[in-house]
Design a protein around this ligand. Structure first.
Ligand code: SF4
Ligand code: FES
Length: 365
């Protein structure tokens, strides 16, 4: 298919998914159902080439993520490479596998920031939700990070099974000494979509959360920044997903596939390019996948005639595809979408208590 490139600025950030391997089994995992096997992961030299290309393209922030990036023994080498090129390097981790020695080494090689995931406020709930004995190790990891002087962000995915612990989660992040706490209601992509019925918060939980977060944000101002990401199914307008398709950030999967957003493998109609065959610059500027929903020409009449299109960019393409089968549809979360009834029906369904289907460690390709 001939692609007519849409004008684009250089990317600011790259999410480098070094591996899909992970010691946790979170039911809300937004990684694809089919994970990339260890044998399919790019080598150290291939990743270094990707990082070099990203920097040449303009990327300033490299988020080393996964799966669990600490599962890659070459993580320090990749951190050093990105840092020597002038990138700000952030580690997105479960904390499992982080020792004082490994942390010191990563810091020496230029790692600038850590994002640590937390599942709940106490060990019992946390380990249940992670599907692994992880809580105590996260506490140790947080202590090590704080002791090192590195800035720490704590990331928590919120859902029906932990909203009741929200106050305790904020206190925990405060005790950990987090500089920033991100409380993000679950987005239903990848594995998480399997568990939507069990994870969807109730309207009561959300109504309780908002004043609590507001009060805690005020109390902790100047000590810990709190970011609260709303549960978008309950909102009248969609989120400005990725601040627009192919606008600011790119994701590189463990096998070299380059994604306009971390969940983009969900869009079965999207033809992905791979950095082992095409340069990152060509993929960013010229590929069909990055140009598919860039700008406004792809938008439905509903979005194209709407004065919010510069604010939310028509919402989320992955969500549009997963809920309607058409990635170019107006995000059905939007109250102006002719398909909002899809979301309303999901919200109106009785809240039963299906068992969580835990993320399986199996790799299927
Ligand atoms: Fe956003 Fe489109 Fe809804 Fe307008 S119609 S608010 S641009 S999703
Ligand atoms: Fe892919 Fe929103 S998650 S565009």
């Amino acid at each position: 298919m001939d692609v007519i490139p849409v004008a684009a600025e250089p990317p600011l950030g790259m999410l480098a998914e070094l591996t899909h391997r992970c010691p946790l089994h979170c039911s809300y995992c937004s990684n694809p159902i089919e994970l990339i096997a260890r044998e399919g992961e790019m080598s150290t030299e291939q990743w270094k080439s990707v990082i070099t290309q990203a920097r040449e393209l303009g990327v300033l922030q490299v988020h080393m993520s996964g799966g669990e990036p600490l599962a890659r023994p070459d993580l320090p080498e990749l951190v050093q490479h990105a840092s020597e090129l002038g990138c700000y390097v952030n580690l997105v981790t479960s904390g499992l596998g982080l020792t004082a020695e490994r942390l010191d080494d990563l810091i020496e090689r230029g790692m600038a920031h850590v994002q640590l995931s937390v599942q709940a406020a106490d060990a019992q709930r946390s380990d249940l939700l992670a599907g692994a004995k992880a809580f105590d190790r996260k506490i140790v990891a947080a202590e090590l990070i704080k002791k090192s002087g590195l800035p720490l962000s704590v990331n928590v995915v919120l859902h029906r099974q932990n909203h009741d612990q929200l106050a305790g989660i904020i206190k925990l992040a405060e005790r950990m000494g987090a500089d920033r706490l991100e409380l993000a209601n679950t987005q239903y992509y990848g594995w998480a979509l399997k568990n939507r019925d069990a994870l969807m918060p109730t309207p009561e939980q959300l109504a309780e959360a908002e004043p609590l977060v507001r009060a805690e944000t005020k109390r902790l101002a100047g000590t810990m920044q709190i970011i609260y990401v709303v549960a978008d199914y309950y909102e009248p307008y969609p989120k400005p997903c990725m601040y627009g398709w192919g606008a600011r950030q790119l994701t590189v999967a463990p096998n070299g596939n380059v994604l306009p957003c971390p969940a983009a493998t969900a869009i079965e109609t999207l033809e992905l390019s791979n950095v082992l065959h095409t340069s990152l610059a060509d993929i960013w500027y010229k590929s069909s996948s990055f140009n598919a929903y860039r700008g406004e020409d792809w938008m439905s009449d509903t979005c194209r005639s709407c004065d919010r299109r510069g604010q939310d960019y028509g919402g989320c393409r992955c969500q549009a595809f997963l809920l309607t089968g058409d990635a170019a549809a107006t995000d059905p979360v939007c109250s102006k979408s002719p398909q909002r009834d899809i979301v309303d029906l999901i919200l109106a369904a009785p809240r039963t208590s299906p068992a969580l289907v835990m993320r399986k460690p199996t790799v299927t390709r």
